[in-house]
Design a binder for this molecule. Structure first.
Ligand SMILES: Cc1cc2nc3c(=O)[nH]c(=O)nc-3n(C[C@H](O)[C@H](O)[C@H](O)COP(=O)(O)OP(=O)(O)OC[C@H]3O[C@@H](n4cnc5c(N)ncnc54)[C@H](O)[C@@H]3O)c2cc1C
Length: 428
């Protein structure tokens, strides 16, 4: 992909400015350019420098339950007492964080969780259809549609997992329990000591770094321009964004699409009353395993860890740390999880040399993305808050944003975007 030279002068006016070069930004740019808009995408670092690189690459209906659910607050309290647990929180003296936690708590019930699950199920399915089409039109991004296996170390874990699977099945998401023999056939390197396993045939996966590059290339082929190394420092205007200020000059935009993931709230201060996006840090280890990769992604249930393979590489992703906009890798947390992963599956050697990475999931309190216009700002569309599902929702978000920008409906975007409106949190 050819990006313009970073030092070239920024034009004073633009039709559409997309802020953020992660999966959501490039998908929006590609869909808007295809719809005939003139698009400039600005990325403060390199494309895919944020959460969209080192994630597990799953397109997953099996994980369409939101973070907020019945019993989650109690579980989180228990986890906070255990240093090795999948979750930590650093409480900041921030009104936004307090409001986020209060709203999150209000969604910790089965009615809210079921509603979110159904909405996310439909979006992920629509997204998988779009990604399959994209795979036929662009560079290879290692898309595989072979399902996903969840491994349970303990009997209690298996019972909890079966309960979750039965909730998913009640909204039409299929799964089945694997016998010991079937599991050995599906994944010969799984531990013989496991309590059980479930198979989710609908899940797919891809290489997220390759995917973002391929869609950025597609956007450029459709006429979009991509500028890396340009930081948007401020948005000016109240009922309309009159000026996008960057470290390379200012732009007067026709339309702004904000797709800067976990950084959304900081840029919207003074423009939108309240945007509840909280960074949820996760980590990964990626290493070359040659031909010893796994056929399917494996979710290690009790560890809240995923092991996925991308061509000759293995990636172990783990943890949810609510520690603000902090992307430092904490070696102990990540290596501890990788060591415990060996209790589920025999990981090939080489993990000591693995590339260590951290990324920030943009989390909303209800687990639904923010896609739409905020109240009282005519030319700003938010496309953020995709939480643990940004790869699973990128393409469909791009279509939705192109539809909103064009003011007409299409068959590739969701019928009703009301549940994803950013206005639902503005008066929190
Ligand atoms: C460990 C882990 C595992 C995950 N696994 C999966 C998975 O298997 N499946 C799935 O669907 N999702 C997964 N996710 C979630 C997924 O990675 C995110 O939802 C997704 O990457 C969010 O994409 P984004 O484009 O919104 O944000 P990002 O990828 O973070 O992109 C935002 C971009 O905006 C740029 N930016 C920020 N501020 C500015 C500014 N002021 N000016 C210009 N540019 C700016 C940043 O540099 C960044 O490149 C996982 C996340 C983690 C952390």
């Amino acid at each position: 992909m050819q990006s313009e030279t970073p030092r070239s002068v920024i034009a004073p006016t633009e039709d559409v400015v997309v802020i953020g070069g992660g999966v959501i930004g490039v998908c929006c740019a590609a869909a808007l350019a295809r719809a005939g808009r003139s698009v400039l995408l600005l990325e403060q670092s390199n494309l895919c420098a944020g959460s969209s690189w080192g994630n597990a690459g799953l397109l997953t209906t099996s994980a369409c339950a939101p973070e907020a659910g019945p019993g989650v607050m109690r579980q989180a309290m228990r986890w906070m007492l255990d240093r090795d647990s999948p979750f930590t929180i650093r409480v900041r003296a921030s009104r936004d964080q307090i409001t986020w936690i209060r709203r999150f708590r209000s969604y910790c019930n089965s009615v809210a969780a079921n509603r979110a699950m159904e909405l996310l199920r439909d979006l992920v399915r629509q997204n998988i259809r779009l990604v399959v089409q994209q795979a036929g039109m662009t560079d290879d991004f290692s898309l595989k549609q072979d399902g996903l296996i969840v491994l349970y170390e303990s009997q209690n874990g298996l019972v909890e997992g079966m309960r979750g699977a039965s909730q998913l099945s009640s909204i039409g998401i299929p799964s089945r329990q694997l016998s010991r023999e079937e599991l050995t056939q599906f994944e010969p390197r799984s531990s013989a000591a496991l309590a059980g396993a479930l198979f989710f045939p609908e899940d797919a996966h891809l290489d997220p770094g390759k995917y973002v590059r391929a869609i950025a290339d597609m956007a450029v082929r459709n006429g979009a321009r991509v500028r890396e190394d340009v930081t948007v420092t401020r948005l000016h205007g109240s009922h309309r964004i009159e000026r996008v200020e960057t470290d390379r000059g200012s732009i007067s935009p026709g339309l702004v699409v904000l797709a800067n993931g976990a950084w959304a709230s900081s840029l919207l201060r003074g423009v939108v009353q309240r945007v509840l996006v909280e960074p949820g840090k996760g980590y990964s280890l990626t290493y070359d395993a040659g031909s010893e990769v796994f056929a399917r992604p494996l979710r290690l249930f009790e560890l809240r860890t995923v092991v996925s393979s991308m061509s000759t590489k293995i990636r172990v992703t783990t943890k949810m740390d609510l520690v603000g906009l902090d992307t430092r890798v904490r070696e102990k947390r990540i290596l501890g999880a990788a060591a415990r992963a060996q209790r589920y599956v025999d990981l090939p050697g080489g993990i000591g040399e693995a590339h260590r990475w951290a990324g920030l999931r943009p989390l909303t309190p209800d687990g639904l993305p923010l896609i739409g216009f905020p109240a009282h700002v005519d030319n700003l569309i938010l496309a953020t808050g995709h939480g643990h599902l940004g790869i699973s929702l990128g393409a469909v978000t791009g279509e939705a944003v192109a539809q909103l920008a064009g003011g007409r409906s299409t068959t590739t975007a969701p019928d009703d975007l009301t549940p994803f409106s950013p206005q639902r949190f503005e008066n929190s």
